[in-house]
Write a protein that binds this ligand. Sequence first.
Ligand SMILES: Cc1cc2nc3c(=O)[nH]c(=O)nc-3n(C[C@H](O)[C@H](O)[C@H](O)COP(=O)(O)OP(=O)(O)OC[C@H]3O[C@@H](n4cnc5c(N)ncnc54)[C@H](O)[C@@H]3O)c2cc1C
Length: 270
Amino acid sequence: MAVELNAVVSHRIEVASGLIILRVAPDGWELPAWESGQFAVLGLRESAPRTMLSDPDPKSADSDKLIRRAYSIASSPVERGYLEFYITLVQSGALTPRLFALQPGDRVFLGKKISGMFTLDDVPAGNNLILVGTGTGLAPYMSMLRNELDCHLDLHTVVLLGARHSWDLGYRGELIAMQRYCPTFHYIPVISRPDEELVPWSGQTGYVQDLWDRGLVAQAMDVEPSPETAHVLLCGNPGMIEGMIERLGEQGFVEGTRQEPGQVHAEKYW
Ligand SMILES: Cc1cc2nc3c(=O)[nH]c(=O)nc-3n(C[C@H](O)[C@H](O)[C@H](O)COP(=O)(O)OP(=O)(O)OC[C@H]3O[C@@H](n4cnc5c(N)ncnc54)[C@H](O)[C@@H]3O)c2cc1C
């Protein structure tokens, strides 16, 4: 029997070409309790149409088979009516071209179980928090920032975010507003393709790892981050995560595992 598409798209925001924010509301059932940093599963049938921005399907797709993928939740767990997702288009991908074709009112599968260990549970109180991401790796941090983080005058929160272009920096307005209202919150975006900007970009260029090497985080916090005073979260592109873990290891940071706590916590998207 075909799996039911048990949720409805309630809102769709086109951030840039190939980048959307989707809000998905359960239809006739309650969202379970969940924690910021966790992910849910979205799904569509193989027969669902693909956006014209994507590559055509390699095979004829007319089956009822459900394609499912994990997506970090960007909304706050306090919001009970919907889950918000921040999604990038993989042109050759199986699911994202179909998710990009969705419009408000369309039906989609939303897994009833919300999972994941990439939460603030293993970050003891009293630490500076450094949230490093690429692209849609910002999603779990948006949930944490919207829900869990208070503005402490003696503790810093840094969001270090890499994207290709300035227009790919989703949630920029919200993050800039947070920075305005909290002197210890620092939003440091970096773009890797400044030559393609339509208006000259006066911010940071390169990759998030470069900014770490250039000491931008220490500069923002006014103190060198150390394993004694900071926890670092890494989310998104596996290359960035591996590069950061190598650098952090040289500075004495340890990646936490199920058995051993550490000051580095990572979520790879592929
Ligand atoms: C825990 C978890 C949370 C995730 N959260 C998000 C999220 O919040 N937003 C999001 O956009 N994706 C997220 N992903 C990735 C997502 O699950 C899918 O892998 C992705 O959307 C591609 O699906 P697809 O079927 O279109 O591509 P597939 O046909 O599955 O092709 C997979 C290939 O696409 C590439 N790819 C996968 N993800 C990305 C990406 N984000 N950016 C660029 N290339 C990629 C990789 O080369 C990968 O091998 C998450 C993955 C995990 C494991």
